[in-house]
Structure formats: C-alpha cells, structure tokens
Design a protein around this ligand. Sequence first.
Ligand code: ATP
Length: 259
Amino acid sequence: MLAVQGLAKRFQLPRQKGAAPATRDPRGHDGWFHAVRDVSFSCAPGEVLGLLGPNGAGKTTTLRLLSTALKADAGKALVNGVDLLQQPLLARQQIGFLSGSTGLYGRLTARENVEYFGRLHGMDSAHLKRRCDYLFELLQMQDYGSKRADQLSTGMKQKCAIARTVVHEPQIVILDEPTTGLDVMSSKILLDFIASYKALRIPLVFSTHHLHEVEKLCDRVCIINHGKTAFNGTVDELRHLGGSADLYDAFIGVINRED
Ligand SMILES: Nc1ncnc2c1ncn2[C@@H]1O[C@H](COP(=O)(O)OP(=O)(O)OP(=O)(O)O)[C@@H](O)[C@H]1O
C-alpha cells in the first residue's frame, strides 16, 4: 500500500534584480517556488493509479519525492507501512522507480545494465539470470540484450530502463511517463506489463498525459494542478464529476476549477 498525505516541496528561486515578472502560477513567492504544495493519494495492492496534470503541475517532483531522490519539506508517505521521511533507506528498498531520464550506462549492454542493478540490490547470480530472462521475454527485448546501451534506440532504452526498475521485484512500482518514446507495439507491451501488476497485487503508480492509458489501465486517478491535488478518486468518480463518459471533459473541468 502506498499512502501519500499533504506532500510538499519548495525550491529556492534565484535572486532577481527588481520586481519578479508577473506569472499566473501562484506557487512563486517569498523567494521560493512551492512546486508541490499539498499532494495526497493512495494506491492499494491490486490497484493502478494514474498521476495526471498539466506540464509543470508537479508530477515528476512528487514522484521524485517518493523515490527519495528529493526530500519532502512537509507531509507523509507510507510505503507498505514504512514512513518514507523517517526511514528513507528502508522505504526505498521496497520501491522500483523509473525516472524521466533513462540514465543507462552507455558502454554496458542492455542486459548488463539490468544485471548491474540487480547485483546492487544484492540478487544472487542464479536468481538474477532467471529474472532477467523473464523480463527480457516479457518486454520483448531478447533481440537487443547484447547491444551496447549507447547504440539502442529511444524506445529500446526506455524498455531497458523499465526492466532495470523492476529487476529486484519491488513491492511498489512508480513510473514517470513510462510510454514516452515508445511506438505503438512497444506501448502495448508496456501497458500489458503495467496491467500485470494488478494480478501480482503490487501497487503501481505512473504519470502520463495520455487519457486513453488511464481509461485502459487505472483504477484510481490523482490530478495535480499547480502543485496541489485537484482530484483524487476512482476513474468512475472522475467521469461522474465531468458529467459525461468522456475523461477528457472531466480532466479539463478539474483543471479549470479555481485554484
Ligand atoms: N530543482 C528545481 N528547482 C526549481 N524549480 C523546479 C525544480 N524542479 C522542478 N521545478 C519546477 O517545479 C514545477 C513542477 O515541475 P515538475 O517537473 O514536477 O512538473 P511535471 O508535472 O512533471 O511537468 P511535465 O508534465 O511537463 O513533465 C515546474 O514549474 C518546475 O519548473
């Protein structure tokens, strides 16, 4: 279970001579940019949660807080009962996090990249081999396992990064825009991969701009706008809010509500 309550993160604004330029974003004041102001959601075993929001809303910052790459200024996050802010190392062991930048080691092959992370997580050779065989088949990466990462296409790199994210069989999976750069066939493979986590009863959270992915996969949705949770509920509740079956209308309605 992943439970997030009132998460907040601010960044110091660079000093400026004279008055700061006027902006419609209410998050910059007192020398700070309050990127994430109040984000709350939960994702239970067997559920997939879609994190939505306009560009700059605070999705990546929220996910980076959950990955422990950033430290929250306020709020609480429980990862299978472990307090992320109090015990970040313990919480991190339970999480598989795919960041926006794939960050593969260019001189290692696709397979070596995945194996390397498995070893960092303390997996023994036999277990790691079985796990890599399984993931490379599941994500249909067998043809380029021995290709150097710096010679992979964008989509191949993305799939490799996803295999690396879950090599250690994390108990919570968090993916930042996982379908970015994937073609139709690879997107389908990835969406099936995400759906498989429901059966495994492992909570999975992913950010996306594609409402059809939410429609197809998600049980729950959290919409962030200007750093705050503007909607947190089931896909059906979101549809109901918009007064139509169309998620697009409901999403626009939530974003256009007053901040
Ligand atoms: N290290 C930082 N220092 C200052 N501002 C930052 C920093 N990281 C993010 N921000 C700002 O915080 C806001 C939220 O950024 P974030 O990357 O979380 O948005 P996002 O919802 O993931 O957007 P997108 O959909 O475009 O990926 C943006 O205005 C961004 O410029």
